[in-house]
Design a protein around this ligand. Sequence first.
Ligand SMILES: Nc1ncnc2c1ncn2[C@@H]1O[C@H](COP(=O)(O)OP(=O)(O)OP(=O)(O)O)[C@@H](O)[C@H]1O
Ligand SMILES: [Mg+2]
Length: 388
Amino acid sequence: MPPYLAGRGQESSEFRRLLKQTTILENLVLTGLRGTGKTVLLETFKPIAIREEWYWIGTDLSESTSVSEENMALRLLTDLSVITAGIVVKTDKQLNIGFSIESKEVRRTLNFAALREIYNQTPGLVADKLKHVLETVWKYIQNVDRRGIVFAYDEAQTLSDHADDQQYPLSLLLDVFQSIQKKDIPFMLVLTGLPTLFPKLVEARTFAERMFHIMFLTHLKEPDSRDAIIKPTEQEKCPVKFGESSVNAIINISGGYPYFIQFICREVFDVWLQKLDIGEKPAVPMDEIIRKLDSDFFAGRWSRATDRQRELLSVAARLENSGEEFTVQEIVERSKQELKNPFSSSHANQMLSSLGNAGLIYKNRHGKYSFAVPLLDKFIIRQLEQNQ
Ligand SMILES: Nc1ncnc2c1ncn2[C@@H]1O[C@H](COP(=O)(O)OP(=O)(O)OP(=O)(O)O)[C@@H](O)[C@H]1O
Ligand SMILES: [Mg+2]
């Protein structure tokens, strides 16, 4: 967590609005490029939900969760059991006492083993079993003073179906939640991940389009960037205070992206402490920080691209709208002006798609492209200038 979470007030009130639902018509997708603050925002949603009397469960997802439908079911049962393990249910048990049989009321909790048992004993497909477990759990917890359960999953872009193995864990998740929400069971999905997440959901199930409210995190607005930089230094005994020009410099290099703000502030903070120690007047070491950012953050990603891919990325980085969205056509046109060996439409398309798989380019639902890493365009321009 950052020492001070700047901005994001609108997103938090949107989330509060979603928590007011009694019938869940809208679930949440929290998305954005790397380092825009999805995970830390999700963390702050948790206490909000709990204060509004919801249960909150969830974890980080990984590819292994969506290897099979069974794995997905296991994930949900495991997470669910964290809250249900405290719920005591009464069942009748037939006891053999010598030659006679006596019925005795036994108390047991809905721990993982109990959920698993309900699951195993339900006939049908994985979806049927899972729905039955969720319905049973709701039957017991609706008496507890909670409005419902938030299922919060980070890194949800790792989910996928596998037609080759006939395993559809992503579709399973969507089917199950749609079905129980239709039955008025207030279990809400909050999925967090990179911008590939929502298109993936819609590709698996078209109804996902209507099932989710999308929050797209981008850079912080200027006053919020300012807060993110200054507020942590306002704490008592903080030896470092940034002046106006330093703050502006940090906003400028970071582009307002939270990860970069934090990276740069840490660097500046450390350098300043050392300078103060030896009695020197500190300033923001711009060039050093940019060089460090380039080697720590961008270089690894850049090195994964082939020469020809770099050529295409460089064309894109030089477009006026490189920081926003661009089209294949724009790249093709520009490459004709700039390169001896320009890109054809189909070749550019193909390469953008492989750059998408490599996590460098992102294609939105309207067929437009953008850099999948914030400020990558500026890094590329710096590389080109250095090479020249
Ligand atoms: N609103 C904010 N104010 C101040 N700092 C923030 C804010 N949001 C995020 N940060 C800081 O920025 C960094 C990146 O945040 P976080 O890890 O949540 O991003 P993310 O979107 O989850 O990234 P990834 O896509 O890599 O998972 C963290 O160090 C975090 O502390
Ligand atoms: Mg994250």
